[in-house]
Design a protein around this ligand. Structure first.
Ligand code: ATP
Length: 202
């Protein structure tokens, strides 16, 4: 599974509608300072609900709506991510699917909506779908500036090991193993109780 295209409408520095194609494997984005490279990453975090506004370098969510101080700020911003799913990593029976998020500013506050293939869904549903394809808010699918020094310099070897396990998908099995061992303990206890009763009956 990989990102095939991102469409921005009024998101951060992307006024109007901008479509950016991505390719299987490695896509590098280059451009002058302040041209909006990091805003593309912020768009991914926003559309997939992977982080709060601070990580997207905005004080509040509505700061993510395009604002050039020259014209009236648009009422909404929307980011749509098209995934190539030909490997069926996500549990969707189609070669591609779309996840989109719209934030709308009104006089009484703001509203945030998520869509799966154009149909309104909850953030939990987006997380459930992406989680099955190994994309999670806690995961390292998006590595931010500063994450590398955090991982290499500040973390203990055990914490680093945890990250590697998460990326490799081992931690999922660790959790299942812990759950099974806990269930086994309960069963052992029940067997002991039954053995005592059997002994008493004898
Ligand atoms: P660098 O190479 O320096 O890291 P970059 O290419 O990653 O830069 P970004 O940080 O993505 O650039 O973009 C910063 C630009 O986005 C700034 O010029 C900022 O004014 C603009 N920007 C951020 N939010 C908005 C917004 N809501 N409306 C319009 N422009 C915005």
């Amino acid at each position: 599974m990989f990102i095939k295209e991102i469409e921005f409408v009024n998101f951060k520095s992307f006024g109007k509608r901008v479509k950016i194609p991505f390719y299987e494997g490695f896509t590098a984005i280059s451009g002058p300072n302040g041209s909006g490279k990091s805003n593309i990453i912020d768009g991914i975090l926003f559309a997939l609900g992977l982080s709060g506004s601070k990580t997207m370098r905005a004080e509040k969510l509505t700061d993510l709506i395009f604002n050039d101080a020259k014209s009236k700020q648009p009422e909404f911003a929307q980011v749509t991510i098209t995934f190539d799913n030909s490997d069926r990593k996500a549990p969707v029976e189609a070669d591609e699917f779309e996840i989109s998020r719209k934030i709308k500013q009104t006089k009484s506050g703001y509203y945030s909506y998520f869509y799966f293939n154009g149909k309104a869904v909850s953030l939990t549903e987006v997380h459930e779908l992406l989680g099955k394809a190994g994309v999670t808010p806690e995961g390292y699918n998006v590595v931010m500036q500063g994450d590398i020094s955090q991982i290499t310099a500040k973390m203990s070897p055990t914490e680093r090991r945890k990250i590697i396990d998460e990326i490799a998908g081992v931690s999922e099995f660790d959790e299942k193993k812990q759950k099974s061992l806990a269930e086994l303990d309960i069963v052992k206890e029940q067997i002991e109780k039954i053995d005592i009763i059997v002994e008493e009956v004898k």
